[in-house]
Structure formats: structure tokens, C-alpha cells
Ligand binder design. Structure first.
Ligand SMILES: [Zn+2]
Length: 314
């Protein structure tokens, strides 16, 4: 943000300078020394890709003057767009779907008690007993079919539709409740329950809420199929997208996650503006956020929406 604004002002400076020189309000000597000052401040921004000195020398020849003016204007326009458009990252976890009845491992009445997590959610467990893992995810899909998105899913979906370029929606959840709420471009950091993956050709295809028994790959017809959920001990490729969002966004919103898997407290420290909504207070998490709501996501949804819309309108 700082860089974008700095760059914007530098180009405005340059633009102004060119105008002054052209209308003979400053002489060539002042022009060149001023340009040198801007050049030095500008060096980081140009990354050494442009020979700025040469650019300015050429501009001093009258016929190339317009070209520099135009390039400056174009650069300014390009910069204005992102700096005027604030971005918001809304990261969610199990807490947002718990109210829809999607059971999680961390609930007190959760799945931990019925299953050994390392048997069904780890690479080693999968290698030991792939059938148990397949049964586990079949049960999760069956369970998901009857669930409905709640007010919090709807709120995020509405924001994403209204501000498609300004809002990123990464989630740790593997359910499809955001999609069913009408939210486009959800980034599923840990994969998707309603898809399967072919181990042979690596293609990912939709299965909905069905069992994976007897399913073959629609692309290569292999029966070597697995769930499309990231296991412990596996890479999570979508984390790159999360990192990109963190770099680009101005407001960091976290809903329904304890930060045990993703270090949200660590990320929150990078943001001037941040909002956390979790049911329970957490001394290791709460102090890192500027705004904290301790209540159900459905109860906080309206406040969160107002906060984000107000932020984006500024
Ligand atoms: Zn295949």
C-alpha cells in the first residue's frame, strides 16, 4: 500500500514537473535536477528495468516529449486502480459451518471420538487402510448433502458477488456451503469434499454427495481414485493463493477458526485493519486483531458485513 501510494505521488510529481517545464515555468537545469530527485526515489519502483535517465533525456528532445507524458499518464492510471480499490480477505474455518450442522473434528461431540484422525486424515493412515479412508469421506459427503448454508455463508457470498475483485474468500472448509450460498471463486485451502481425484492422471472431477465406490476417472478410466481433501503429511498447494491474498489485501477478516492449522495470529500482525469472529475468547489469538466479536458467526454476520462495506467505501 505504501509503495503504491508513493509511486502514485512520484508520478504525479513527474507529471507536474513535465507540465512546468513545457510551459517554461522552470528551466532545463531545475527540470533535470528535479527529475534526478524523483529518479532516486523511484529506483526501487522501476526495479532497474527502465533506464530512467535515458527516458528523461529523450523527453527533453521536444518530439519525444509527448511520449514520456503519455507513459507517465498510463503509469499513473495503472497505479490508481489498485490503490483506490481496497481489498479484503475473508478467511473462514470450521466455526462458520458448525452452525449448519457440519460436524468437525474439534467439536466436543465431534468426529474424533468415532474415528482416529491419523487413520483417516493422514498419508500414513491412507496408505495403511485406503478403504477406511474412502468410507470416512463417503460418510462425510452423505452427511453434507442435507446441510444448508447459513446467514454467515450468505453474507460472505453476497459480499463476494457485490465486490468480486475486492474480496478474496479462502476457506479451510472442505464443504460446499459457500458455493451453495452462491459465492463464486472460493479458494478451498484443504480441498473439496464433493470432488474426487484420479491418482493416475491427477484430474479432479465432481462427485457431489455420492459414494466413491466403483467410480472411475472420466478422463482416463482408471479406478485408482481418491478423495480430494488434503491430508496431514501432504502439500496444500492452495496456500500459495492464501499468501498472495495476504500480500494484496488491506483488511484481514477471520471467521470461525482457532488458528491451529493456519497461523492467523501471525498474519493478523501484518495488517493495519483486522477483524476476528470466534465463539470463544482465545488469549493467544484475540490480542492480534483490531476488532473481535465473540459470538456465533450467524449473530456477527450483519456487523461483519457493515464493517467490510464501510471499509470498502472509504
Ligand atoms: Zn484419470
Amino acid at each position: 500500500m505504501l509503495n503504491k501510494n508513493t509511486l502514485k505521488f512520484l508520478y504525479q510529481d513527474l507529471d507536474e514537473l513535465i507540465a512546468q517545464y513545457r510551459t517554461n515555468k522552470i528551466d532545463r537545469f531545475s527540470f533535470v535536477s528535479e527529475v534526478e530527485r524523483i529518479k532516486q526515489a523511484n529506483e526501487v519502483i522501476l526495479n532497474g528495468n527502465e533506464d530512467f535517465a535515458e527516458l528523461v533525456e529523450n523527453a527533453l528532445l521536444e518530439k519525444q516529449y509527448e511520449s514520456l507524458k503519455q507513459r507517465t499518464k498510463t503509469a499513473l492510471e495503472n497505479i490508481k486502480a489498485p490503490s483506490s480499490a481496497l481489498k479484503v480477505l475473508i478467511l473462514s474455518g470450521a466455526g462458520i459451518s458448525a452452525e449448519s450442522g457440519v460436524r468437525t473434528f474439534r467439536d466436543s461431540d465431534g468426529l474424533w471420538e468415532e474415528y482416529d484422525v491419523m487413520e483417516v486424515c493422514s498419508v500414513k493412515g491412507f496408505e495403511r487402510n485406503p478403504q477406511l479412508v474412502a468410507d470416512f469421506y463417503d460418510a462425510r459427503r452423505r452427511d453434507l448433502e442435507s446441510k444448508q448454508p447459513n446467514l454467515a455463508h450468505n453474507m460472505v457470498a453476497r459480499l463476494k458477488r457485490n465486490y468480486p475483485k475486492q474480496i478474496d474468500v479462502p476457506t479451510q472448509n472442505v464443504d460446499d456451503l459457500f458455493e451453495r450460498a452462491g459465492c463464486p471463486n472460493v479458494v478451498h485451502l484443504h480441498g473439496t469434499l464433493t470432488d474426487l481425484r484420479c491418482e493416475e492422471c491427477k484430474s479432479v472431477f465432481e462427485i457431489g454427495y455420492k459414494s466413491q465406490i466403483d467410480v472411475i476417472c472420466p478422463r482416463c478410466q482408471s479406478s485408482n481414485i481418491r478423495h480430494n481433501v488434503v491430508m496431514f503429511g501432504e502439500e496444500a498447494p492452495m496456500y500459495q493463493k492464501l499468501q498472495q491474498s495476504i500480500n494484496e489485501c488491506d483488511l484481514f477478516v477471520v471467521i470461525g477458526t482457532s488458528g491451529n492449522v493456519i497461523n492467523v495470529a501471525g498474519y493478523a500482525q501484518w495488517f493495519e485493519y483486522s477483524l476476528l469472529n470466534n465463539l470463544d475468547p482465545d488469549d493467544k489469538l484475540d490480542p492480534y486483531f483490531k476488532v473481535v466479536y465473540h459470538e456465533k458467526a450467524t449473530q456477527a454476520a450483519e456487523k461483519i458485513e457493515v464493517y467490510i462495506e464501510t471499509f470498502l467505501s472509504n
